[in-house]
Design a protein around this ligand. Structure first.
Ligand SMILES: [Zn+2]
Length: 146
């Protein structure tokens, strides 16, 4: 029976945390390389998940005679499609982030310009806002519902 609980991973944990060397500058070439690799590995993992979901749906696409079986299969498929959609969006975001790394425009808050920070970026490598601006944006979002 198919697993329906698989969700797109919003974070990637399979990496060694970056240790800054003494006197090393924030977002040094080494550091950028670290995040680039991290994003590439994460992307790879997501691509494999998308593949798995697709295979899975093809294998399961049998015709059930029983209408209740069909209904549950449809439900399961729409769940998997949503998961795939989330994974695709995340892959797109990862691509955009890698692009920013290549342009040496990574690791600083889009809003206020301060360093987002290594640990925050490792927890959320696609982050474009510092924690303060992010928190503020979330409060505004809740208030205006935009
Ligand atoms: Zn900020």
């Amino acid at each position: 029976m198919a697993k329906t609980e698989e969700k797109a991973r919003e974070t990637f944990t399979n990496f060694t945390p970056y240790e800054m060397k003494k006197g090393e500058e924030y977002m040094s070439p080494e550091m950028l390389k670290h995040f680039r690799q991290l994003l590439l590995n994460w992307r790879q993992e997501l691509m494999e998940e998308v593949d798995r979901t697709m295979h899975h749906m093809q294998e399961d696409a049998a015709n059930y005679a029983d209408p209740s079986d069909r209904a549950s299969q449809e439900e399961e498929f729409s769940l998997e499609l949503r998961t795939r959609d989330r994974e695709r969006k995340l892959i797109k975001k990862i691509d955009q982030t890698i692009d920013r790394i290549d342009k040496d425009d990574y690791g600083f808050c889009d809003q206020c310009g301060i360093e987002i920070g290594t640990r925050r970026l490792e927890a959320r490598p696609t982050a474009t806002l510092c924690i303060d601006c992010k928190t503020l944006a979330e409060i505004r979002e809740r208030q205006t519902g935009i």
